[in-house]
Design a binder for this molecule. Sequence first.
Ligand SMILES: [Zn+2]
Length: 481
Amino acid sequence: MLKKILFFVLIIGIAIAAVVIFNTIRFSKAIANKPSRELPNLPDSAISHMQQAIQYKTIGMGDGLPVDTAQYEAFWHFIEKNYPRVHQTLTHQTFNGLSRLYKWEGKHPDQKPYVLMAHYDVVPVEAATEKLWTVPPFAGLFKNDTIYGRGAADDKVSLISILEAAEKLLSQHFQPERTIYFSFGNDEETIGHGAQAIAKYLADNQIHPEVVLDEGGEITEENFRELKRPVALIAVAEKGYMSFNLSVEQHGGHSSTPAPETAIDILSKALVHLREKQMPYQFLPVIKEMLNRVGPGLPFVQRMAIANPWLFEKKLVSEFEKDKSSNALFHTTIVPTMIQTGVKDNVIPSMAKAVVNTRILPGTSIEEVEAFMNQQINDSRVKITRYSPPDKVGPAASYESTAYRKVESATYQIMKDVVPTPFLSVGATDSKYFQSNADAVIKFTPTIDAKGFHGIDERIGLSDLKRMVFFYQIILEEAGK
Ligand SMILES: [Zn+2]
């Protein structure tokens, strides 16, 4: 009897191994490659324009705090002066006071237009970190073939690259096949009213773009090292953005006679519980597609795991969960970002508050996130309310859409040996407001592993700037063909 059972187990083991190996071999095909082009030289003026753009302190303060509008207006004067052909040929309208929509009439104005997006507001530099920068963050200095400064990567480089490409093409008397709009937002980092107003204007006037292209995924050499080829993460969707207030009210009083639990204690425990566990993982189709495109070039063990999700899915996901960036592709994330309480060192406060920011996977509802938070905190003394209005995140763009194909084609041309793949943007962008009115919205910035987003030493290499200008040139030249 025992022999029979062992024999049976052995047969099952061999069958599983055979399926695993068969799937792995079938999956191990060569990844497509297409010829790239040599990047045209960058005029010196492009570099100095990028440096100057950084010098305008177009800082979004958030929470309705006033911004220095003179800096924003001066930025537009600088643009008008330095891109004279764009200024003369294209028409523009202002939205939300400081956002602009440029229109470049195409040869076939009856066809659906393209919208190229960027934003020129930047996040503040924390005073305590200013000294840690290699150069002052608003000096726009150039060092070792790199331009440093707040906004260098996020997202003044996109705005400048679009205008450089347009100015160059205009000098060659180029006119696009389709009408092209440039949508340049002034408050992406805070409330996105500029982009919302522009999106509304287009929808109200029955202007339905075929392609909307905004910042988003990047080219990465660091994240798939074993592949030995750069991967272009062309985001076809983004995570939702939602913040919540947590508040606790308790009797405060003199700190010499504390009660066993104060408002601060209760809030602290709630935050700890909230962070103890993540919401369950989801293996979204877009992430499966990414692994299907990149996987065939990975080492055998990784290839085997990706080719056999029926057996290895949990193991695969747990590997991705080890890194905070890839973890965010599988989970709705929940993290406290602000805490407010206390007025004096010898007074126990009667109120403690925190703001918790969540980034929600497509397909997960805000109610599900709220339910998870309530379940984790499990304390009725902690009141959870919505801090920001719910986000509207549209469906993912199809990999077959014109928008995806155009961006993919341009990416092959600007980057040797690149492997383009659909991707999920974990950050929020202004382009979400265009989703309901456009055929497809793509979020992609062809910089390579750019550094310093919202942090210290934000910077952009000259090679990135060069690649980006050429990228937009190709998008403009091939629009509507
Ligand atoms: Zn940005």
